[in-house]
Design a protein around this ligand. Structure first.
Ligand code: FES
Length: 198
């Protein structure tokens, strides 16, 4: 084989090898980009529905769980609390929950699937503070029981409906949820009456 032929073969080999290495480089550079576009498992977990056991909730109790980084309250209402809900509609800004702050299956007087259990996002609709749970009615100031936001004084009833004359413009939000069983709630998945007998 002549020296010229050998040089020509070496040139072709080097050209081919450079192309392969270059291709690998592109793939290696692309991988972090593609992987950064995929949602991390942490993000996926944070967005997932949250299953909650409510069997330990006594009448009148409130428990808080986290869903999508937000506090979600679950309140087991007493019969007296439920009875109170239709007595103060005239004092409420949106007693029929016409503003879109809840799934349509909770657009009722008690703003829930089962009147015994109220599920709300515990964030004030004024500037996002966390209201306090004040369930005890007080005759002296006609307080029927509900939630009080100490930041600027907004008040909500025991269905999360905002009272007139306070800074919060709309009712507290109801998240999507469903019952998996009588005492198990799944926050983050819409209720399908065909799947549940609650
Ligand atoms: S944030 Fe609740 S009243 Fe202002």
């Amino acid at each position: 084989m002549t020296t010229e032929k050998i040089d020509e073969q070496r040139r072709k080999f080097l050209l081919a090898a450079t192309s392969v290495v270059g291709g690998c480089g592109v793939l290696a550079a692309a991988y972090p980009l593609v992987s950064s576009l995929l949602p991390s498992s942490r993000v996926q977990a944070a967005a997932a529905p949250v299953e909650v056991d409510i069997s330990h909730l006594a009448p009148g109790d409130l428990m808080t769980v986290e869903w999508r980084g937000k506090p979600v309250w679950i309140i087991r209402r007493t019969q007296a609390m439920i009875n109170e809900l239709h007595k103060h509609a005239a004092q409420l800004r949106d007693p029929e929950s016409k503003v879109d702050q809840q799934p349509n299956y909770t657009q009722n007087e008690h703003r829930s699937i089962n009147p015994d259990y109220l599920v709300l996002i515990g964030i004030c609709t004024h500037l996002g503070c966390s209201p306090q749970y004040k369930p005890e009615p007080q005759e002296t100031n006609s307080w029927p029981g509900g939630f009080f936001c100490p930041c600027h004084g907004s008040t909500f009833d025991l269905a999360g409906r905002v009272f007139k004359g306070v800074p919060a413009p709309i009712n507290l939000a109801v998240p999507p949820y469903t019952f998996l069983a009588e005492k198990r709630i799944l926050i983050g998945k819409d209720w399908n009456p065909g799947e549940s007998d609650v």
